[in-house]
Design a protein around this ligand. Structure first.
Ligand code: NAD
Length: 438
């Protein structure tokens, strides 16, 4: 399995070539050296009370990669395969992502090595609070602001912020009032439920941002796309928060979503899936439980099962990896048939695969741009908490679209100027911003 941090460093090296220019050469080189390691790594071991009365020790990380542009920002992942290198890579990508969309935030990421699917609700809560007890001294509204990622959600964020509040008040002179709870406590974590200080529009923000990026990119690619004047077909790997919302939004906007999957495998309905019905069916029976849904009806005759491997190679116009890292590799890249790959997951394409896709003429919209809608609305949530404001969902989405459209324009200009891929172009824009402030 390809090491995600090494992949991230290869991406940095590719962009660095374009940044090492002029008489600043040495200086820029030194700054780039600094971007090859995180500023801080926090590793915690914490006890969790299990339902059988026993106490189990779990391992977690928080990597604070870089704070040049602002407080560290990044999600918390619960997954058995969480590792230091993975969290380091994800925190690096957060730094780049925040810079691509020009947010005044740095990069961070957290993770706990755990399979949350085998935990009861109470154990999950104990785990979330336990992790917070491990890291709370190192985070805060102006220091480091976590959020959800794979297998974590608004409910988990609510437990975490509640635990943070307890710890903060017990261990400092801070008295919580209506006025300071937003700026001092709630602004410590984003992705909270709306009734607990979360922002309207945050849950769907990553998918929504991805759709805006795709639409803006397609408009620029327009003449180059082979399939015109007909519904563009889409296959989506991963049907969680990000995969579901992008599937829903794209199908509402005229795209034909033909395949979705979860960790066990996926469904392929050539005529186009009914995304809502598929999600309802998944909740009851799992995607593989016959969720071939069209027009509100799920019927076995409508489609077929595909493995995740097969899904990636389907004959579609747009392929959207929305699960985990390293899904498109040098092994399967030659068989990818899509014209556009929209990376909604972080790090789904290895550097070797990236080269192969590029040579095949496939446009890869990189993760640091495609999925930046999540952190953008997380930033809006943080601003609302800091100012004790509540924004309407329409305002949130309007502001999100402005940020994403501007980022696509800037990355596109960089791509044209340097004659590079969208990924290298996005890195040039982002790293340029970080270096300018270092
Ligand atoms: P999630 O836990 O809600 O969903 C993950 C989905 O991927 C699930 O359907 C799961 O079954 C599926 N999956 C897991 N392993 C798989 C495998 N090997 N093959 C196929 N599917 C598999 O997580 P999410 O929040 O939707 O995150 C998905 C990706 O998007 C991650 O890479 C995450 O880092 C990235 N991302 C998320 C956000 C966000 O706001 N949630 C923001 C930016 C990027």
């Amino acid at each position: 399995m390809s090491n995600p941090f090494n992949n991230a460093m290869e991406q940095l090296a590719k962009a660095a070539r374009y940044l090492e220019v002029g008489n600043e050469r040495l200086e820029v080189g030194k700054k780039i050296e600094l971007l090859k390691q995180p500023e801080r790594i926090i590793q915690v071991y914490f006890p969790v009370k299990m339902d059988n009365g026993q106490v189990k020790i779990f391992e977690g990380y928080r990597v604070q990669f870089n704070s040049t542009l602002g407080p560290y920002k990044g999600g918390i992942r619960f997954h058995p395969q969480v590792s230091m290198d993975e969290v380091k890579a994800l925190s690096f990508w957060m730094m780049v992502k925040c810079a691509v969309v020009d947010l005044p935030l740095g990069g961070g990421k957290g993770g706990v090595v755990v399979d949350p699917k085998v935990l009861s609700e109470k154990e999950l809560e104990n785990l979330s609070r336990g992790y917070m007890r491990g890291i709370w001294r190192d985070i805060g509204p102006l220091v480091d602001v976590p959020a959800p990622d794979v297998n974590t959600n608004p409910k988990i964020m609510a437990w975490m912020v509640d635990e943070y509040k307890k710890l903060k008040t017990q261990n400092s002179k801070l008295k919580i009032t209506k006025k300071n709870e937003g700026p001092e406590i709630l602004a410590t974590i984003t992705g909270k439920p709306v009734d607990k200080g979360g922002s309207q529009g945050r849950t769907e923000a990553t998918g929504m941002g991805g759709m805006y990026v795709l639409l803006a990119t397609l408009a620029k690619l327009n003449s180059k796309l082979k399939t015109q004047n007909s519904k563009l077909t889409v296959a989506i790997e991963g049907f969680g928060n990000v995969g579901y919302f992008i599937a829903k939004l794209l199908s509402e906007n005229g795209f034909k979503v033909v395949a979705v999957s979860d960790s066990r495998g996926g469904v392929y309905v050539k005529e186009g899936l009914d995304v809502e019905a598929t999600m309802e069916c998944k909740k009851k029976k799992g995607v593989l439980g016959g969720c071939y849904c069209r027009g509100g009806v799920c019927d076995l005759s409508y489609g077929k099962t595909v493995t995740n491997k097969e899904l990636l190679e389907l004959p579609v116009d747009i392929l959207i990896p929305a699960a985990l890292e390293n899904q498109i590799t040098k092994e399967n890249a030659p068989r990818i048939k899509a014209q556009v790959v929209l990376e909604m997951a972080n790090g789904p394409t290895t550097p070797e695969a990236d080269e192969i896709l590029h040579k095949k003429g496939i446009v890869v919209v990189p993760d640091i741009l495609a999925n930046a809608g999540g952190v953008t609305v997380s930033y809006f949530e943080w601003v609302q908490n800091r100012r004790n404001e509540r924004w309407e969902v329409g305002d949130v989405n309007k502001k999100l679209k402005q940020v994403m459209d501007k980022a696509v324009d800037e990355v596109w200009r960089s791509k044209e100027k340097h004659k590079v891929t969208l990924r290298v172009a996005a890195f040039i824009v982002a790293i340029g911003r970080v270096l300018a402030k270092m």
